[in-house]
Structures are given as C-alpha cells and as structure tokens.
Design a protein around this ligand. Structure first.
Ligand code: ARG
Length: 461
C-alpha cells in the first residue's frame, strides 16, 4: 500500500493502514465511475464557460477524463484502496495523465456536491432501467391474461374459497400494482433529477460559477435552492428505496401465490424444468426456488430502506461521513429489484403452465357460488339479508349430506323458497357466476376484456 498521504500539508503522516481500509469506499463506489467522469466533464466545461479556467485547460481535462473512461471500460483502470474513493481515484489518475492542469478540476467543487451529483446521475439511469423491467413483466402478465380470460380460478379471502374468478382478472391485479410501481418511479425521478453540483462543501463557493449551466449539461431538470440541503439531502434515495420495496412487496405476493399454486394441495400450475429445481435427496421433488428466492430477497430491500432512514434520522447538517453508507444499500436494492423482475418475467414467460382442467374442477367442487344463490333470491325481491341466512342454512345441510349446491333437486330448492325456478342451475354454474360479475372493475369477462385492452394500450404508449 502506498504511504502517500491524501490530505493537505496539515497532515504529517499517512493513515494507519487498517483505518485507511475502514475509511475507503473505492471497493463499492467504483460503480459510480462513469457518472463521476460525466459529472467532472460538465464541471470542467462550466469552469471554462465562467472563465475560471481557460478553454484549452477544460479541453485537456475533458480529454484526460475521457481517457480514464476508456481505460476503465477496457479493464485497465483498477484503482486500489490508496485512492480512498472513486472521486480521488479519478482525480489522481487525471493528474497522472494531463499533469498539473488536472489539479484545477476540483476548483469550486467539493466531494460533497460531487458524490451527490454522481449518485443522482446513477439513480436516474437505474430508475429508467427498472421501469423497462417493469414493462416487460407487465407484458408477460398480459400474455397470460389474454390466454386465460375464461379460465376460472378459485378466488380467496382469508385463504378460504370465496368466489370464483377469471384467471386473467387475478393476473391483471398484478398489472395494476406494477403500474403504480412504474408511476411511483416516474415521480421519484422528478426529485432525483435535481443538481446539487456547485453547492460546494456546504456553503456554495467564492467562484462565479454557473450552476444552471452544469445542470443543463448533465440533463438535470433543476438545481437545489439551498446549498446545505443540496449536499445533505438523500430524500430521493429514500423515496427510491420505498418504491423498490413496494415493487418487492408485489413480486413477493405473486411469488407466494405461485409457491402455493405449485404445491400438491393446490396444484394450479406446473413448474417447467427450465425454472424449477430438484432436491439433493428426494428424487420426486420439484421445487419453486425462483419465487422463493424473490420472496426471500424482499427482506434485504426492506432492510436497505430501513438502513438509510436510520442513517439520516440523526444527521446534523450538512455532509457527514455517515452518508458514505448510503451507497451499498442503494446499489444492492437496484440489482436485487432488477434481478427479481427479470426472474419473475422469465418464470411467467416460460416457467409455468396453468393446469386448466384442474382449475375448472376446483371451481366446481366448492360452495363459492353461494353468494350467487343469495343474489338470485335478492333479484326476486327477497331482502338480501334474509336470502343470505337461508343460503347459509342450505350450505349447512348440503355439507352434512355431502352434496354441492348444483346437486340439489328443483324440489329441494323450492322447498327452501318458492322463488326458486329451473334457471337456478344456470345461475350457479361457475362460468355464469364469474361472467355475471360485470360491475366496473369486476371479474366479469366483458370487464376483463376491457381491462386487457386498456392495459395493452398503456403498454403501447
Ligand atoms: N466517499 C465519500 C462518500 O461516499 C465522498 C464524499 C466525501 N466527503 C467528505 N467530506 N469526506 O460520501
């Protein structure tokens, strides 16, 4: 390790080697290098525009920075611990390449506004990527939905059979959840895309900088109004982690359902070999590792949200080194969310098959049409609560007799209530039960078809 010291001549000796390792972030913030270079090029251009440095100097800085980018992309720039962090690593390399003029780059800038700029540039790009992943996931949901409008699946409340559903309706619920996720990211993007560059260490700078210009070069929509806020704000990152956590909530709920559906007890889906795993000891096993992992990885994303909230809650203004701890959680959340969205998309596209025969048997073997009997009577002017009590009694006696509602004879129906007629059988047939729930947003096939066409046009815009 180099004994060279990093700090001003105030310091007489280098850091204790163990402390240098403890203090360094280069091991993880190298992830930001492309953004650091982009931010530095914009800063150099701004310095030239405001005549703080000459045009020729800015050009030298830019070409040196571009060279570092190439070196990095080609695997030839691998700064070690002595660089402390990505910002110093780039600056030191720049000075090696362009000489003393490289020492001018950090004029009117601090690592505090620099790191804030980098993390925003990084996150804004990743937000756009995650939105793409969400779109692919939604389109996989939509493909299944189009195939399964009239495939019925038991619907549950309290994990007890409640009312049957169109399978497409069930899947489209996840479409809506992930649509909100997409929109939430759109909103987080707005507050991420604001430039702190030029806020300096905390107080601004004595140089006649042009913050709006560097912000414009970097594609920021706005600049921070208060320099202290600019360097110490991580609200956007917390908001991002909230949005990421909700994506994981949604993926985890679907995972849980898939795990249940793949069990022998439910048996609603088959897992294909490309997306399932075996057991090292039980040869008969086919395990849903993919949704289990997604469900499991949800915890770490929640953890990163909690971690950053705790980092921020007691921080006095402005920058404190605690903020270096924001990065690993953000990076890991980004990677985890992308990996989980991709895995779930593949699982939907090629990893599962709905067992339609088993599903149609499932909806015919229970009392989930009981509400429809009550609705039938209510439609014949029997007050709903009265009808509800009566049907409860029918369910009780049928259960005792080992019968389903469809097995009752017309005589039996009419003994229960004279309003029953032969059309009761049609009214409680599973397909009819589902298609009749045609209220807006309901599971009726017409509603579902409309929902599919709306979802499609949303994906096409
Ligand atoms: N590596 C630091 C971080 O990630 C960069 C900013 C350091 N600023 C400072 N004043 N020590 O936060």
């Amino acid at each position: 390790m180099s004994k060279q010291k990093t700090w001003s001549d105030r310091f007489e000796s280098a850091l204790n080697p163990a402390i240098a390792i403890f203090n360094a972030s280069i091991g993880f913030d190298i992830e930001l290098i492309e953004y650091d270079i982009t931010g530095s090029i914009a800063h150099a251009k701004m310095l030239a525009k405001t005549k703080i440095i000459s045009d020729a100097e800015a050009q030298q800085l830019e070409s040196g920075l571009s060279q570092i980018r190439t070196e990095y992309q080609q695997g030839n720039f691998n700064p070690g611990i002595e660089a402390e962090d990505v910002h110093f690593a780039v600056e030191k390399r720049l000075i090696e390449i362009v000489g003393d003029v490289g020492k001018k780059l950090h004029t009117a800038r601090s690592r505090n506004d620099q790191v804030g700029t980098d993390i925003r540039l990084y996150l804004r790009a990743e937000i756009r990527e995650i939105q793409q992943y969400l779109r692919k996931f939604q389109s996989a949901l939509l493909t299944h939905s189009e195939q399964h409008v009239e495939t019925l699946i038991p619907g549950y409340t309290h994990l007890q059979r409640a009312q049957p559903l169109s399978l497409a309706h069930h899947l489209l619920a996840y479409f809506q959840m992930t649509q909100r996720d997409w929109e939430r990211l759109e909103d987080v993007y707005k507050r991420t895309n604001i430039s702190p560059l030029g806020c300096g260490a905390l107080a601004g700078t004595t140089f006649p900088i042009d913050r709006a210009y560097s912000a414009e070069l970097l594609g920021f929509d706005n600049i921070y109004q208060n320099s202290l806020d600019g360097v110490s704000d991580r609200d956007f990152a917390i908001e991002f982690l909230c949005a990421a956590s909700l994506i994981m909530v949604h993926l985890s709920r679907l995972s849980e359902e898939m795990i249940l559906w793949a069990s022998q007890e439910f048996s609603f889906i088959t897992l294909k070999d490309t997306c399932a795993t075996g057991s090292s000891i039980m040869p008969q096993k086919k395990n849903p590792d993919i949704p289990e992992l997604v469900r499991g990885k949800t915890g770490r994303v929640f953890g990163h949200l909690q971690g950053l909230l705790v980092i921020m809650k007691g921080l006095p203004l402005a920058y404190n080194k605690d903020l270096q701890e924001d990065k690993e959680g953000i990076f890991d959340a980004v990677k985890t969310v992308k990996a989980c969205l991709e895995a779930m998309t593949i699982l939907l596209n090629e990893g599962i098959e709905f067992k339609t025969a088993r599903l149609s048997q499932a909806v015919a073997e229970d009392f989930s049409n009981a509400t429809d009997v009550a609705d039938y009577l209510a439609g014949k002017d029997v007050p709903f609560r009265e009808a509800y009590n009566l049907v409860g009694k029918v369910v009780k006696t049928s259960l005792a007799a080992g019968k389903l509602l469809k097995d009752l004879t017309l005589e039996e129906w009419q003994q229960l209530h004279p309003a029953f007629e032969a059309d009761i059988y049609e009214a409680i047939a599973p397909k009819q039960v589902v298609s009749a729930r045609n209220s807006y947003g309901g599971t009726g096939f017409d509603q579902v078809r409309q929902a599919i066409s709306q979802a499609k046009s949303l994906l096409n815009t």
